[in-house]
Structure formats: structure tokens, C-alpha cells
Design a protein around this ligand. Structure first.
Ligand SMILES: CCCCCCCCCCCCC/C=C/[C@@H](O)[C@H](COP(=O)(O)O)NC(=O)CCCCC
Ligand code: ADP
Ligand code: CA
Length: 600
């Protein structure tokens, strides 16, 4: 990294030891000044002094718990490396600590005499420092914890003189003000009925205090009915005064934000959403999501964890992650947008069944998932798709979409240059054909899924399509053909293990820019409206299947947790149409459970 000029450098007291503290445009660092008196015996006390547990006993307990968790999570070989790394970590004499200025949340002066911070919070002051170093300031910053979690950590420095203390506070504040990507004013929507109905509590207890700490002002709306947030965003909200919109809820609530914002942007720019070929205008406002839902796959796949504090901190530091959005049309009429899963067959049936069991909370998906698995329905139809052949990456890659993803950058660039679509030559598949660059596949499917991102969630930490990208302008079309119950179970279980769910003869996956689906029994003139005419056409099917152990003619589409009213749809991907307050999943050291000691 280019050496940055120092803005400030002082000797300050931290936990009764003198530290050389320095600040430049990118880093705040503090390094203990060794004195004979303060020499620390046994390495364990030292590295944890600032960033970890507050005593050696606590540190040992903490390490023990990490080992326990790690033992369960990793195999023996990785355990060995974990212990070697930990031994190195414990015995190293590193005493420098650093935090990136972009991850400082706030700085405040401390009223040492009263032992009270200027935000009204109390803290215990060490006796020695109050006497010798009577002025103090506290820096709150992002600390990385286990499995992609972020936490707010504090470090308090004590100064000999009040002027020096003020100079530090003022300089850090100036640095923070210069970070223009940080939001100052947010519009927040809370769904009080999402997930375990904890949205309001989560916001009040975990998120609002962090926004206050970071001097972010908010207008908060607790939604009163479904689509309240969508309609407010689309028509009423005075968006110019906000730096972003935030929802507290699940993927359904996030979908409302996307619909409100995307529709508003198209309307303001005179774009007709009903035309499937229309190029949509990207939204400028960023969307934040505080997870309080049932699946929380948007958070899981963009941040790495469904943790409200982590998501709030990503909003505060002003992260920006572009994301693809699929538009779904039927007969040149706009139906919905999708950012995660479009699923026909299995996931459509799970959703349709689970909607009647909302009272069960998130467990409804497990119940309906099991029930749908037992029914084992398949659906006939034709899938046509435009393969994305001009891009980097395939759905079978081992690499994953991570923070600063090169594939998303590269393919996003291609998309904005409107690169021509190139098509493969004839395939050697009996029930598929090519038509003008489109590939056509007819068959009987247990599931047809389009994953525009990995769709990782607590039920499936690697997701429906582990190598899918958040912002590459494509969606991964997964076709699961009719197979035995046993094989389908094997396929489903592979979503929860390290084994490849696509490496099965009845599963195929294609990275596509557009696709269409037409169910076999689709009436071309008056297309069946599933919402009004939800009954399944068993009688038609039974003529084809005399034994009558058959499936209904139609499933429904699960579009990010909403049921679509039509089975025949056309889908197009709009590259990087929206931006989230996120940065993609950060790469972590091999042993993810360890905190980052911020050593420089
Ligand atoms: C026998 C073991 C089966 C394990 C299968 C696990 C596969 C799970 C993949 C789930 C992908 C979920 C993609 C996200 C979909 C959400 O948009 C949607 C709505 O979420 P929310 O608003 O929070 O309610 N969730 C679902 O459709 C749930 C699907 C669950 C299927 C078991
Ligand atoms: N106040 C409300 N009352 C009823 N439904 C609501 C309300 N606010 C939002 N919704 C709807 O609730 C649905 C589920 O919300 P979501 O936050 O995604 O929770 P979950 O993850 O449990 O499905 C969304 O489709 C949203 O439109
Ligand atoms: Ca994508």
C-alpha cells in the first residue's frame, strides 16, 4: 500500500500502557511502547488486550469455545492446522493494532471526571489513567467476528492535555465527514410480521443505537399491510432527501423495496416496464436490509450471514454492492421482479403450501418442504433459454462470488457495452434444439429453478447455485428432470453438504441471460390464470396417465417468496440494476472462526 502521510501521531495511554497512536488518511494504528515495567510475560495476554476478551482467563475460555465449535465444523486435518495457527497467534508478540478509517464508526470525547461518555453511556475508568492522563476519547470501529459477523468495538485513548484530545477527535471527525459514500439520512420500513415477528424489537434494540452512534438520522415506518412499503416508495416517498432506504424483514420485504424503487425509477425516466425487451434504468438509491425474516437469503448471499448488527454496520460504513434483477413477463405484461429465486415445481409447491401455514413462522418451509417432497409431483413443459456464452464463469466453477468479484466487474462491463450474444453449435441432446441462438428443452421436470445469485441461506449455506454471481448479468437455470424420490432426495441433500448437486444425470444447469417457460397444457389463446382459476387440471393429465398416479398439470412460480399468477413466463436479467448496502461476502482466512486481531 502507498505510504500515507501522517495526520496525527501521539503517545497516548490505553489500559494503563503507553501506546504510539497514529492516524493517516487510511489507517488508525496503535502500538504499545515497551517499557521495562510494562513488559508482558506469556504471550497470551498481549494480543487480546485490545481486540479480544478482556482477561487471560476470558481469552482461554474464548479459545476453548472456539476449539469446540471448530471441532464440530472441520475435519481432523484442518483441526491440526487450526491449532498450529492458534499457537502462532497466541505466542506471537505482535502489539500493533490498526483499523481502517473507512471502518471507524464514530469518535467521541469522554468526560473523564464523571466517567461518562458524551453520548450518555457510562464506563468504568481505570484509576491510574484518570490521575495522570485526565482527557480521553473513544473510537468505535468495526471488528470482524466469527463467520462474517461484524461487531462494534470501542477503544479509549487517554491524553495528557485537553487540546490534544480535541485535536484527535476533530481530525477523526473530519476524516469521517470526508467519506461521502456514508449515508446520513435513511428511510426505514419495518415489517412487524416477518419471520418470528421480531422486526420492531430487532430494530429498536440492535440497529437504532448503532445508527445514533454513527449520527445517522432516520424516518421509520412500521408497515400496516402487505405492499405498504412498495406503494409508499413507488408513489409517496420524497426520495430526494434520503441517502438510502432500509427494510427490516425477510426476502419478501426486500422484494417490496425492489419493486417500489425500480418501478419509481422507470416511471420517472419514462420506461415502459411492460415491454420485456426494454432496457431498465438503474436505481441510484441504495437498499439496506436488516434480516428479520424466514429465509434471509439476500443477507446471507450478500453479507455472508443473517445478522442484524452486521447488516447495520455495512449500512453505516456506506458499502455498495450492485445486484442483478430479473424481470418476469407474461404475454408482454409485466408481472414481477426477482433477485434471488424463481422456482417452478418443487419450490413453487413448497411456497404455495407454506403460505397457508404462516402462523408456523420460518418452520413452515420445513413442514411444507417435507410434504412437497413426499408428493413428488413433476410438470411437463418447454424451457427455452439464451445461454450467456460471451462471459467469464460457469455454474460449475469452483470459485465463488466474493467481495470485489472480478467476474461481476468483467461481465458487468461487457453488458454495459452491449456485447453481441454468441451461440454454441448443435448440442447432442435428443429433446433439445437451437432456434436463433435460443436453446429449447422439452421434458418432465420436478423443478425448474433460476438462481440469480447463490441463494445461500441457513438451510443451505452454499445455496441453490453456489457459483452464481450477484452482479454478472446472468441467472443460473437449473433443470431437475423427473427421477425417483430417492434420487431427488439425494439431490436435495447435496444442497446441505460439500457434494455437487449438479453432478447427477437428471440435473442440468445453464448460465443464461433470458429464458421462457411454457407448460405443456398451456392454452395459448386464453392463458390459464392460476390465481383466479387455481384448480389443477387433473382430468386432462389423467387421459395421458391411465394409472392415475400422476401429477397436476401446473405448478406455480415461487418468485422470491411470492406466488406468480401465471405458469407461462418470460424472464430477462437486468445487470446491476440495484445497489445494496453490502460488499459481497468477504474472503476469510482458512479458519473462519477466529477474530481479526487487526494486527498491522
Ligand atoms: C431434505 C433437505 C432439503 C434441503 C433443501 C435445501 C435447499 C434450500 C434452498 C433454499 C433456497 C431459498 C431461496 C430463497 C427464497 C426466498 O426468496 C423465499 C422467500 O423468503 P422469505 O421472504 O424470507 O420467506 N423462500 C423460500 O421460498 C423458502 C424455500 C425453502 C425450501 C425448503
Ligand atoms: N404489516 C404487514 N402485514 C402483513 N404483511 C406484511 C406487512 N408488511 C409486509 N408484509 C408482507 O409480509 C410478507 C413476508 O414478509 P417478510 O418480511 O419477507 O417475512 P418472511 O421472511 O417471514 O416471509 C411480504 O410479502 C410482505 O409484503
Ligand atoms: Ca447473477
Amino acid at each position: 500500500m502507498e505510504k500515507q502521510p501522517r495526520l496525527l501521531a501521539s503517545q497516548l495511554l490505553l489500559k494503563n500502557s503507553l501506546f504510539e497512536v497514529s492516524l493517516n488518511r487510511v489507517l488508525l494504528t496503535w502500538k504499545e511502547i515497551p517499557t521495562k515495567k510494562k513488559r508482558v510475560s506469556g504471550g497470551i495476554h498481549h494480543p487480546f488486550k485490545v481486540a479480544g476478551p478482556r482477561s487471560a482467563t476470558a481469552a482461554l475460555a474464548w479459545i476453548a469455545s472456539l476449539c469446540r465449535v471448530n471441532w464440530m465444523a472441520h475435519n481432523l486435518a484442518s483441526e491440526f492446522f487450526f491449532m498450529s495457527w492458534l499457537t502462532f497467534f497466541i505466542t506471537s508478540q505482535g502489539t500493533s493494532h490498526g483499523v481502517s478509517v473507512s471502518e471507524i464508526l464514530a469518535v467521541r470525547e469522554l468526560d473523564v471526571d464523571s466517567g461518562r461518555k458524551d453520548d450518555g453511556r457510562w464506563q468504568k475508568m481505570p484509576q491510574k489513567s484518570t490521575e495522570a492522563y485526565p482527557y480521553a476519547f473513544t473510537v468505535s470501529y468495526v471488528e470482524r467476528a466469527w463467520q462474517h459477523r461484524w461487531r462494534c468495538s470501542d477503544v479509549t485513548f487517554h491524553c495528557l492535555e485537553g487540546a490534544l484530545c480535541q485535536q484527535w477527535v476533530q481530525t477523526i471527525r473530519e476524516q469521517l465527514t470526508a467519506l461521502t459514500s456514508r449515508p446520513k439520512h435513511l428511510l426505514v420500513y419495518i415489517n412487524p410480521y416477518g419471520g418470528k415477528q421480531q422486526g420492531e424489537r430487532i430494530y429498536e434494540q440492535k440497529v437504532a443505537p448503532l445508527f445514533t452512534l454513527a449520527s445517522i438520522s432516520t424516518d421509520v415506518i412500521v408497515t400496516e399491510h402487505a405492499n405498504h412499503a412498495r406503494d409508499h416508495l413507488r408513489t409517496e416517498a420524497e426520495l430526494k432527501q434520503y441517502d438510502g432506504v432500509v427494510c427490516v424483514g425477510g426476502d419478501g420485504m426486500f422484494s417490496e423495496m425492489v419493486h417500489g424503487l425500480v418501478s419509481r425509477t422507470q416511471r420517472d425516466n419514462g420506461v415502459d416496464q411492460n415491454s420485456p425487451e426494454e432496457k431498465l434504468v438503474p436505481c441510484t438509491l441504495r437498499i439496506g436490509i436488516i434480516p428479520a425474516g424466514s429465509t434471509d437469503c439476500i443477507c446471507y448471499a450478500t453479507v455472508g450471514i443473517n445478522d442484524p448488527v452486521t447488516s447495520a454496520l455495512h449500512i453505516i460504513v456506506g458499502d455498495a454492492q450492485p445486484m442483478d434483477v430479473c424481470s418476469v413477463h407474461h404475454n408482454n405484461t409485466f408481472l414481477r421482479y426477482s433477485v434471488s429465486l424463481l422456482g417452478y415445481g418443487f419450490y413453487g409447491d413448497v411456497l404455495a403450501d407454506s403460505e397457508r401455514k404462516r402462523w408456523m413462522g420460518p418452520a413452515r418451509y420445513d413442514f411444507s418442504g417435507f410434504k412437497t417432497f413426499l408428493t413428488h409431483h413433476y410438470y411437463e413443459g418447454t424451457v427455452s433459454f439464451l445461454p450467456a456464452t460471451d462471459i467469464l464463469g460457469t455454474p460449475r466453477d469452483k470459485t465463488r462470488c466474493r467481495a470485489g468479484c472480478f467476474i461481476c466487474q468483467h461481465n458487468g462491463q461487457l453488458y454495459s457495452e452491449d456485447a453481441p450474444e454468441i451461440c454454441e453449435t448443435d448440442p447432442d441432446v435428443s429433446d433439445s434444439e437451437y432456434k436463433g441462438g435460443w436453446r429449447v428443452i422439452r421434458g418432465k421436470f420436478l423443478a425448474i429453478n433460476a438462481a440469480s445469485m447463490s441463494c445461500a441461506c441457513p438451510r443451505s449455506p452454499k445455496g441453490l447455485s453456489p457459483a452464481a454471481h450477484l452482479a454478472d448479468g446472468t441467472t443460473d437455470l437449473i433443470l431437475v428432470r423427473k427421477c425417483s424420490r430417492f434420487n431427488f432426495l439425494r439431490h436435495l441433500l447435496r444442497h446441505t453438504s460439500k457434494y455437487d448437486q449438479f453432478d447427477m444425470t437428471f440435473v442440468e444447469v445453464h448460465r443464461v441471460r433470458r429464458f421462457r417457460f411454457t407448460p405443456r397444457y398451456c392454452q395459448s389463446d386464453s392463458e390459464l390464470d392460476l390465481r383466479e382459476n387455481g384448480k389443477r387440471l387433473f382430468s386432462q393429465i389423467c387421459r395421458d396417465h391411465p394409472a392415475c398416479s400422476c401429477s397436476p398439470a401446473y405448478s406455480s412460480w415461487n418468485c422470491d417468496g411470492e406466488i406468480l399468477p401465471h405458469a407461462a413466463i418470460e424472464v430477462g436479467v437486468h445487470c446491476q440494476l440495484i445497489k445494496l448496502f453490502a460488499r459481497g461476502i468477504e474472503e476469510q482466512p482458512v479458519f473462519e472462526d477466529l477474530p481479526n486481531p487487526c494486527a498491522v
